[in-house]
Design a protein around this ligand. Structure first.
Ligand code: C2E
Ligand code: CA
Ligand code: CA
Length: 532
């Protein structure tokens, strides 16, 4: 292992003596077997120190501020190689070069880079530039400007080391990359692990909706490659196919390979441009993040019940509560949280939203398990709208409201109502409930059906006196009964004429008190006197 000092002292001499060489690591389309290109990776074989790993000397050179010199050196070798391929009419595949943070802030770096390319007369379409996510976040404006310059010149820009989780998605919406490179080492242990696998697949599928091709790197096993393929990522770089190769060996490999190109993997028939949801300038994004309530973007694959959340906004995270993070919500898997009946309803609502192209609503129960709150049942009202369609899946915009509290209160009422109903049927009675604090009266089904009462009567008994159900000459009597109840009478029984025909009813009230002895509610019943 060489230290910083040794690297610093040897660098200039090493450049002069051409101790650096370029290795090329092939990239493949796992589905077709075609070679789609290579990444240029620098190697330093020093007569003094032997082989030095880029992981050791790159950070040191970055710190010294000399990386642009090395990267332009690498770039020139790449251009030379591409020129020789063109001249000898050999198979041609594009090459990606690395651009570090220092290169971005180096003022004339891109001009110098492009001057080299012109010197060798290599078309820009044969060159991709890789920029790491971390480089991209630092000093966003200078990054945005650099990428714009590269785009204007015709280069393709790849986001390197994408997949260090969620920050990546936020970078994505700010910076216009053309290709994503997903490094499996940043999603370590994820394949075969449900949550990681879901996040990985949601990232891949989101990239597809953005029409961005994804290359997975650091792929070492067939299992990894097959998993990636299953979630829709075909482009692969890693030891599974090949280590980085010296140029001559790569040349041989290239000669014997079928060469393919990268294409965005999804052909979209856009209804609404889904990409707008990640573009910071778009009205849609502004709305998604600021103005709407809790919202999510959901992808549903055709032909099966697979539905996955690709993105949620901060308000969604808050609405769900339970200390869940954005990544956890995505990892939970929507389908798994829905009970079978809710799932059926949810899928039907999606179907309807797709068919009508209009917003559709449903209420579903979900079992959510969070680290801090354990298991909880939650009722969610969702308004669903179709925003994109492809041959294999559909994209929906979903606004949600957690209505658990309202729903539970309502269910409590419905239960009471059910009890009322049973009692009425048995006893041939009219029943109602009177809330003392609010003077609200809730009649039973029979009252509603036979007497035509609404489910809720405010300022009881006045409206019934007004409409004549309680005959006017007895109005004060009704008022007096209610007055006694408001004042805390425990029980009241009376024979009272009701309806316009003044039919006598046997009316009973039983009052319920709270723990402090204050009257809360009174339960009323009425039976026909003639019946008895
Ligand atoms: P990187 O750009 O993320 O490059 C990928 C690294 O993963 C390479 O390491 C490559 O050899 C390694 N790799 C490829 N396939 C596999 C695999 O299946 N499993 C594992 N475990 N590793 C795999 P390398 O060549 O040591 O380069 C390390 C880093 O140094 C690069 O990471 C890049 O950030 C930097 N680098 C390399 N060449 C250059 C260059 O010319 N310029 C600049 N600025 N940075 C460079
Ligand atoms: Ca790279
Ligand atoms: Ca990488």
């Amino acid at each position: 292992m060489v230290d910083f000092q040794q690297i610093a002292q040897s660098f200039e001499e090493a450049i002069e003596n051409r101790e650096f060489s370029v290795y090329l690591q092939p990239q493949y389309n796992h589905s077709s077997g075609a070679l789609i290109g290579a990444e240029a990776l620098v190697r330093w074989i020093s007569p003094k120190h032997g082989f030095i790993s880029p992981a050791d000397f790159i950070p040191a050179l970055e710190e010294m501020g000399v990386i642009p010199t090395l990267d332009l050196y690498v770039f020139e070798q790449v251009c030379q190689f591409l020129r020789s391929c063109i001249d000898s009419n050999k198979a041609l595949a594009r090459i990606s070069v690395n651009m570090s943070r220092n290169d971005i802030i180096c003022e004339d770096y891109i001009e110098r880079l492009d001057a080299l390319r012109k010197k060798y007369d290599v078309p820009t379409k044969l060159i991709h530039v890789e920029l790491t996510e971390t480089a991209a976040v630092a000093g966003a404006q200078v990054v945005i400007d650099s990428i714009k310059k590269l785009h204007q010149l015709g280069y393709t820009v790849e986001m390197d080391d994408f997949g260090s989780g969620y920050s990546s998605l936020n970078v994505l919406k700010d910076i216009e990359f053309d290709v994503l490179k997903l490094d499996l080492k940043f999603i370590a242990g994820t394949i075969g692990n449900d949550r990681g696998g879901t996040i990985l697949s949601s990232v891949v599928r989101m990239a597809k909706w953005l029409k961005l091709p994804v290359i997975a790197e650091g792929v070492e096993t067939v299992e990894q490659a097959d998993f990636l393929k299953s979630v829709g990522c075909d482009y692969i770089q890693g030891y599974l196919y090949s280590k980085p190769l010296p140029v001559v060996e790569y040349e041989k490999l290239l000669a014997g390979s079928s060469v393919g190109v990268m294409v965005p993997q999804m052909n979209l028939d856009h209804y609404v441009d889904a990409g707008k949801f990640w573009n910071p300038q778009s009205m849609e994004t502004l709305i998604f993040s600021n103005f709407v309530g809790a919202a999510a973007i959901l992808e549903v694959r055709n032909g099966d019940d697979t539905m996955e959340i690709l993105r949620v906004n901060q308000k969604y995270v808050r609405e769900m509560g339970m200390n869940l993070s954005e990544a956890e919500i995505i990892g939970l898997g929507l389908a798994d949280t829905l009970d079978p009946e809710s799932k059926k309803l949810y899928l039907e609502t999606l179907e309807k939203a797709a068919a009508t192209r209009e917003e559709q609503e449903c209420e579903t129960w979900r079992s959510i398990c969070s680290k801090t709150c354990g298991n909880e049942k939650m009722c969610v009202r969702s308004s669903i709208q179709l925003i994109g369609e492809s041959k294999v899946s559909r994209l929906f915009y979903v606004m949600v409201r957690n209505v658990t509290a309202e729903k539970q209160a309502y269910l409590g009422l419905a239960r009471q109502e059910k009890n009322f109903k049973a009692a009425i049927e048995q006893a041939n009675m009219f029943l109602w409930e009177y809330t003392i604090a609010t003077k609200e009266m809730r009649p039973c089904f029979r009252c509603q059906g036979v007497l035509g009462l609404p489910p809720l009567i405010r300022n009881y008994p006045e409206p019934l006196i007004e409409n004549g159900l309680f005959p006017a000459e007895y109005a004060d009597m009704y008022r007096d009964i209610m007055h006694q109840i408001d004042g805390g009478a425990e029980r009241i029984e009376a024979i009272i004429p009701l309806t316009a025909d003044r039919i006598p009813f046997h009316v009973r009230y039983t009052t319920e008190f709270d723990e402090n002895g204050r009257p809360v509610k009174a339960y009323g019943s009425a039976t026909l006197v003639v019946d008895k």
